[in-house]
Ligand binder design. Structure first.
Ligand SMILES: C[S@@+](CC[C@H](N)C(=O)[O-])C[C@H]1O[C@@H](n2cnc3c(N)ncnc32)[C@H](O)[C@@H]1O
Length: 266
């Protein structure tokens, strides 16, 4: 793996996010934490799925992301509404901002394309960027959430990797008149490192003609609950709570995402 985090949220993929990923239960769930503690920092804010509704509601939220393309789409969408968020192009393990926050949140952005050492450093940076008593909230998909992926932890099935390439399926019509399709496949899984490597092909058509085709790689690190709790403790966090998928309940084995809530000592 390269030393730079390598995500796939560029170019056509960034356009896809801006066009088609604008809703979800995460928006209301994370909002409560932001309302209770401002200013807030949306780490890996992407195209602003959470950030933009919060700004619209008058909440004091900044954003950061490693991808300039995602940030550009976020800025454009904000400008259309007359909003001008403070957005920073920084990887979370290199986060270095002047401001300190009552709430730092990460939605769908932890463990993407980074090494374990970078992830540990990210915890330390997020801790540094909190005011004393401030709260970190993040969600993380459990490694066994994705059945088609989980089967490759087993040796015999791992031998079938990489998955075959598929042709792009259903095209989706964007508001810009273009059509889009994404096509992802698993190319490798290392159960020792708990890492899965993906290839993403992204397509854009204009007037029926293929206008752009891109290929990106992404290696994600899969974390189990107690491992993440331990990492948070090592980074200096206290009062660590784990919750179910966007509810306040104790987690169950059926939750595909867990939410981690951790406090910086006051
Ligand atoms: C799945 S998207 C989620 C975006 C947004 N949080 C949301 O929920 O709509 C993941 C985002 O994480 C960003 N990202 C990936 N690795 C990152 C890193 N090491 N530091 C900061 N951002 C990162 C990507 O560029 C992308 O915008």
């Amino acid at each position: 793996m390269s030393t730079e985090p390598q995500t796939w949220h560029y170019g056509v993929v960034a356009r896809w996010w801006a066009e088609f990923n604008q809703t979800g239960p995460e928006i209301d769930y994370f909002r409560r934490f932001v309302e209770a503690g401002q200013p807030a920092l949306d780490v890996a804010c992407g195209t602003g799925r959470l950030l933009l509704p919060y700004l619209r509601a008058g909440l004091d939220v900044d954003g950061c992301d490693v991808s300039p393309d995602m940030l550009a789409r976020c800025r454009e969408a904000a400008a259309r509404e007359g909003l001008s968020p403070k957005l920073y192009e920084q990887a979370m393990h290199e986060l270095d901002l002047r401001r300190r926050y009552r709430t730092v949140f990460v939605c769908g952005g932890f463990g993407l394309g980074s090494s374990r050492a970078q992830d540990r450093e990210a915890w330390r940076r997020l801790h540094d960027h909190l005011e004393p008593g401030g709260v970190l909230v993040l969600d993380n998909e459990v490694p066994y959430a994705n059945g088609p992926q989980w089967r490759y932890w087993v040796k015999e099935q791992r031998a079938e990797l990489p998955q075959p390439r598929r042709e792009p399926g259903r095209r989706r019509a964007g508001s810009d008149g273009a059509e889009y399709a994404l096509c992802a496949r698993i190319v490798g899984l290392d159960p020792l490192a708990q890492q899965v490597s993906w290839e993403m092909r992204a397509f854009m058509w204009r007037d029926g003609e293929l206008a752009a085709q891109e290929e990106h790689r992404l290696t994600t690190t899969l974390y189990f609950r107690d491992e993440l709790v331990l990492m948070l403790k090592c980074a200096g966090f206290g009062d660590i709570e784990v919750r179910g998928q966007y509810n306040d309940a104790e987690p169950t084995p059926d939750d595909d995402f867990l939410v981690y809530i951790a406090r910086k000592g006051g």
